[in-house]
Write a protein that binds this ligand. Structure first.
Ligand code: SAM
Length: 302
């Protein structure tokens, strides 16, 4: 482990919890970050966590963070009140911590020293660790997008996906469901799965062993890919806890830039999301392929 003795999980908020500028970043949503699960026990003096909203994921992160603290090390955790903040204190107490709690800007901030014994450490880590879904054998992990069920948007896209050929990409590939379907076509020669969440990268690597697949831990808005024949995407539309339509719009622009002339983007969107104008601006031809169940699927050609 590096000599740096402080760590941070998630984007800092210096107003809620001052963090050293050189803290080791542990969030799976930051490309290049350190995997919390790989950090040795008792190496940090202080860890700050922007706690995720999902309960199983959050408890896993809290347990792992406590594990990485040296004796007497300090854990600072914060979350919006309505996105797990109100549960932080109890969750830390359940792990054996004595907790100081404060409130600021609709957040709860909890501070705890590493207890001598972390209660239920292994069970909490096991509950949030990667696992295989019994029904389909796919690997997933709590916290990854739609980790325990098929997303309705993904399903809408799967219903109408054509059989592709050539070189393509899946922007925001998650655990690899769409990619698996794309690779069912023998005419696909290469498929890049571009994904920001390291946990999704890891499990999709287990789900997809096809040598035509390349799994890329990167921001799809800066994938660097060029001259692709096709792209599929069920783009994200949440960032930092809120809806962010600009994310999907940026995916559309990035897809247009990564396709060859005449290349096609197949994209699904919630019906209420305003993607039509960006699609029309970025592509020569846009076709609404399907609409229903709250979703729209478009084919857009450069
Ligand atoms: C709506 S999900 C779709 C996942 C998968 N393709 C599916 O259909 O089940 C969007 C995915 O995009 C990922 N993501 C979010 N922001 C991203 C970014 N800037 N670059 C690449 N992937 C991103 C999320 O982690 C998530 O896995």
């Amino acid at each position: 482990m590096s000599a740096n003795r402080t760590a941070l999980y998630g984007q800092p908020d210096h107003d809620l919890a001052p963090t050293a500028p050189d803290a080791v970043q542990l969030s799976p949503l930051v490309v290049g970050s350190t995997n919390l699960a790989d950090v040795d026990d008792a190496v940090f003096d202080a860890v700050t966590v922007r706690a995720p909203a999902g309960a199983v994921e959050r408890r896993y992160v809290l347990a792992q963070a406590l594990r990485t603290l040296a004796a007497g090390g300090r854990l600072t955790v914060f979350a919006p009140k309505d996105r797990g903040g109100l549960r932080l204190k109890k969750e830390l107490q359940a792990l054996g911590c004595e907790v100081g709690e404060s409130a600021r800007r609709h957040h709860r901030i909890c501070v705890a020293l590493r207890p001598a014994v972390i209660t239920g450490l292994q069970e909490t880590i096991d509950a949030g660790a990667p696992r295989q879904i019994a029904e389909n054998g796919l690997w997933t992990q709590p916290g990854v997008f739609s980790w325990d069920r098929l997303d309705a948007g993904t399903n809408a896209l799967l219903q109408v996906l054509p059989s592709f050929s050539g070189v393509g990409a899946d922007f925001g590939s998650g655990i690899g469901l769409l990619a698996l379907n794309v690779l069912a076509s023998p005419k696909v020669t290469k498929l890049s799965l571009v994904e920001l969440d390291r946990r999704a990268i890891e499990v999709s690597g287990r789900n997809i062993t096809d040598p035509r697949a390349e799994i890329v831990w990167a921001d799809a808005r800066q994938s660097g890919l060029k001259d692709l024949d096709f792209i599929v995407s069920n783009p994200p539309f949440h960032e930092g806890g809120g809806e962010d339509k600009s994310l999907g719009q940026a995916f559309i622009r990035a897809a247009a830039a990564a396709l060859r002339k005449g290349g096609a983007l197949w994209i699904v969107a919630n019906r209420h999301l305003p993607y039509e104008a960006i699609l029309a601006e970025s592509f020569a031809k846009v076709r609404l392929v399907a609409e229903g169940g709250g979703y729209k699927v478009f084919e857009a050609k450069t």
